[in-house]
Each structure stands twice: as structure tokens, then as C-alpha cells.
Design a protein around this ligand. Structure first.
Ligand code: GRF
Length: 213
């Protein structure tokens, strides 16, 4: 049984999708704790499912390094094999990222490397792209820059606004993140030279695109 710790700052819809998949697909894994830097709505969702929660606000810490040290200690107290960022709105220090290297995943709301950073949907609309999406990647010291595991693509329509596009991407995220986490739990991910390989029976590492012809 692998232990998973999830970090959130917001509503936790990806967290909900992960909890649901973990249960319904009977993963050999357990979400042992959800940690937030604020009183996030997603914490209620975790508590309702009987998952331990912790809130660690930045206020009171003199620097990012000290905060990240405390955060790392809280995470490590659960001895997780995997740490998931699911809308955690803090940039993590290099030291933190290195400490959790190879067991730290993030979901970003764009087809990386396009639109790394904040307001990805707004920037995608402004750029006029026709295809947008989400990416799950290992976290490296470059923000939104680690090895890409899998991506989900969605169309962008002429009459989209930020909210509609965000909802479409969010629905795709809820398919994508649980799938990748399951691969991790099954020890099927290998990273070599910055590229991720999926071991075993081949499954598409991209969602939302038709079959290759
Ligand atoms: C998602 O769009 C994710 O890609 C980004 O933060 C958002 C979290 O949403 N990293 P939620 O809290 O899971 O609903």
C-alpha cells in the first residue's frame, strides 16, 4: 500500500477526482493527508472522506526556505511514497523540490511548455490557440518545467470565455491526473534524460485526441 499526500490551496476538484478513483479502482494506495497553505474549500471535502488535513499558513515564517522546511517536515511525517500538487499556489524552493525528487507530481492547466505560470487559460485565449489542455509532470526546480508524463487536449471554440475554457480543461484534468497517479503507484513510470517512459502494456499518454492515423 503506497501512501499519498496531496497539497492544495483551492476548491480541490482534482483532489475529489483522485479520491474517487483511488476508491472505485481500488488502488493499492491511500491518500493519507491533505495539506494546504490556507483554509481551502477542498479541505472540507477531504475531511468528509475521513482524510487527515493540515493547514500550514505562510504567515509567521520569515522566509520561503523556512516555510518549505516546515512543510517538508509535515509531509514527511506521513512517510509518503508520492506527493501530489493539486492546485497548490506556492512556488516551492529548490531544496524542497530536490528533497521530493521523483515522487512529486503537479498538474498544470495548459499543454506545457506553452503557458507555464499563472493565468494559463486567459493567455491561451489571448494567443488564439485552437487546442489547449492540461499536463501532469514531475516537479523540477524550473517552475512548470519538469518531465512531462501525460497531457490532455481540449478544443478552444470561437465563443469561449475564460470560465468555459477552464471548465472544459478541468473536466479533462479529472480524467488525466488519476490515470497518471495510478501509473506511478503501479511503478510504471521511468524518467530518463528528462523524458518519461510508461512501462508495461501501452496506453495513450495523451487524452482527448483521436486515434493516430
Ligand atoms: C487546476 O486547474 C490545476 O491545473 C491547477 O490548479 C487548479 C486546481 O483546481 N494547478 P482544483 O482545486 O483541483 O479544482
Amino acid at each position: 500500500m503506497k501512501s499519498i499526500v496531496v497539497l492544495i490551496s483551492g476548491r480541490g476538484s482534482n483532489l475529489a477526482a483522485l479520491i474517487a478513483a483511488c476508491r472505485s479502482e481500488a488502488w493499492p494506495a491511500k491518500i493519507v493527508a491533505v495539506i494546504s497553505d490556507r483554509d481551502a474549500p477542498g479541505l472540507l471535502l477531504a475531511r468528509a472522506q475521513g482524510i487527515e488535513t493540515q493547514v500550514l499558513p505562510f504567515a509567521g515564517f520569515a522566509s520561503r526556505e523556512l516555510y518549505d522546511e516546515a512543510l517538508a517536515g509535515t509531509i514527511e511525517s506521513y512517510r509518503p511514497e508520492l506527493v501530489l500538487l493539486a492546485g497548490f499556489m506556492r512556488i516551492l524552493s529548490h531544496r524542497f523540490v530536490e528533497r521530493f525528487a521523483h515522487r512529486l507530481l503537479n498538474i498544470h492547466p495548459s499543454l506545457l511548455p506553452a503557458f507555464a505560470g499563472l493565468n494559463a487559460h486567459r493567455r491561451a485565449l489571448a494567443a488564439g490557440v485552437r487546442i489547449h489542455g492540461a499536463t501532469v509532470h514531475f516537479v523540477s526546480t524550473v517552475v512548470d518545467g519538469g518531465a512531462i508524463v501525460a497531457q490532455a487536449a481540449v478544443p478552444v471554440f470561437a465563443d469561449d470565455d475564460e470560465q468555459r475554457l477552464e471548465e472544459r480543461v478541468r473536466a479533462a484534468e479529472h480524467q488525466l491526473y488519476p490515470r497518471v497517479v495510478r501509473w506511478f503507484i503501479e511503478d510504471r513510470l521511468r524518467v530518463q534524460d528528462g523524458k518519461v517512459e510508461l512501462l508495461g502494456e501501452q496506453e495513450p499518454m495523451q487524452l482527448g485526441l483521436g486515434p493516430a492515423t
